[in-house]
Design a protein around this ligand. Structure first.
Ligand code: SF4
Length: 371
């Protein structure tokens, strides 16, 4: 139990620091609940500096829940392209539709209602309710967990349900009666800019006199380390298949990783396979055709939370067989310069950029209508 006087002291120091030091962010221009909801979806697992340009563009194309609810999924994914974790984009659109139909276009201001929105959990609900409506509800993200743990020498990292509940309860105890939104943002901002994971800048911290880790020089031991996530390495081959100046692309199944995005066909290498053997097999299995494999266009390495992927991309031509795609929701032949109209995962965007560099595009006569 923390002494009431200490809590008051912490609240006033933190809020004064926030008033002076808070960063200028486009979603802080006003307290519009929709704008804050969009920012919180985008900020999940993503840094502020990455989010800002996406957020600005988003607000031009979908400035209200009504506009977003009316946008197609494909358009929404296109605007999200490159930001990753695409289920956030789909859920944000579904939330806008729900808001439009169930709440007359207004983001709800109660915990019970806001938790009904797809993709909204306790953290996002707390952020929107406190920042937009000044409700007295806590938030708990990675930054808040770290500051709390150091401040009170809590042996918690939120890695399991019990530890997380303890941290939520502690944060709830610290909330002021007013300015809860600012208080929550101040906590997160302190973690993002001062109480850094490595080498916290304690001499600039407004809480340094109250912080038990600082007083006992134990910053490096709190929070306790999490068990690390094992990553798997995967080799993938992909085909850019040309036919009469058009390129084949397909839409990933709606349910599953990066569902609804478009991609070049291909798949995972099996044990003992070469890059081209894998590609021939995958294309035969997924598209029902044989391809002629040409030059390698690129090798690209990218990481997801649990995977490290090496992508080998080849220029290919149709050879024999009847095209019958079976592992996608949709497919189409498009001209290379039309590819940018479709939403793709980040690794495929690199392929498109390469294709659109003139020197790399194979010479073809003017595209003819396909059979
Ligand atoms: S004094 Fe240091 S360890 Fe404590 S909250 Fe501030 S930055 Fe973090």
């Amino acid at each position: 139990m923390i002494a009431r006087k200490k809590i008051k002291n912490l609240q006033s120091r933190l809020l004064s620091w926030y008033d002076e030091q808070k960063r200028d962010m486009p979603w802080r221009k006003n307290h519009d609940p929709y704008r804050i909801l969009v920012s919180e979806f985008m900020l999940q697992q993503t840094q502020v500096k990455t989010v800002i340009p996406y957020y600005k563009k988003w607000m031009k194309s979908s400035p209200t829940a009504e506009k977003l609810a009316a946008a197609s999924e494909s358009k929404v994914l296109k605007h999200w392209e490159g930001l990753g974790y695409y289920s956030r984009a789909r859920n944000l659109r579904k939330s806008a539709i729900y808001i439009q139909h169930e709440f007359c276009g207004k983001v709800p201001d109660s915990m019970e209602k806001i938790l009904k929105l797809p993709g909204v959990g306790r953290y996002t609900a707390g952020a929107v309710l406190s920042i937009a409506f000044d409700k007295k509800v806590p938030v708990l993200d990675g930054n808040v967990k770290r500051v709390l743990s150091r401040l009170m020498l809590l042996n918690e990292n939120g890695n399991n349900k019990i530890s997380e509940t303890r941290l939520w309860n502690t944060m709830e105890d610290l909330l002021p009666e007013k300015r809860c939104g600012d208080f929550n943002q101040a906590f997160m901002e302190l973690g993002a800019t001062v109480c850094l994971p490595n080498n916290p800048i304690c001499k600039e911290c407004p809480l340094k006199r109250l912080c038990e880790a600082n007083q006992s020089d134990k910053q490096d031991f709190f929070p306790p380390p999490k068990t690390s996530i094992k990553t798997t390495r995967i080799q993938v081959s992909a085909a850019v298949i040309f036919k009469k100046g058009y390129v084949y692309i397909q839409k990933r199944r709606a349910k599953g990783l990066m569902g609804g995005l478009w991609e070049f066909p291909g798949g995972k290498m099996e044990s003992g396979e070469t890059e081209t053997e894998c590609l021939r097999r995958e294309i035969k299995e997924e598209l029902g055709v044989n391809i002629r494999i040409g030059k390698k266009l690129m090798t690209h390495r990218h990481s997801y939370t649990r995977f490290r992927v090496t992508l080998h991309v080849f220029q290919c031509q149709m050879h024999s067989g009847t095209l019958s795609p079976s592992a996608c929701d949709d497919w189409i032949w498009v001209k290379p310069d039309e590819l940018k109209q479709y939403p793709f995962p980040a690794a495929n965007v690199k392929i498109i950029k390469l294709l659109n560099k003139k020197s790399r595009i194979p010479r073809h006569p003017e595209p003819k209508p396909l059979p």
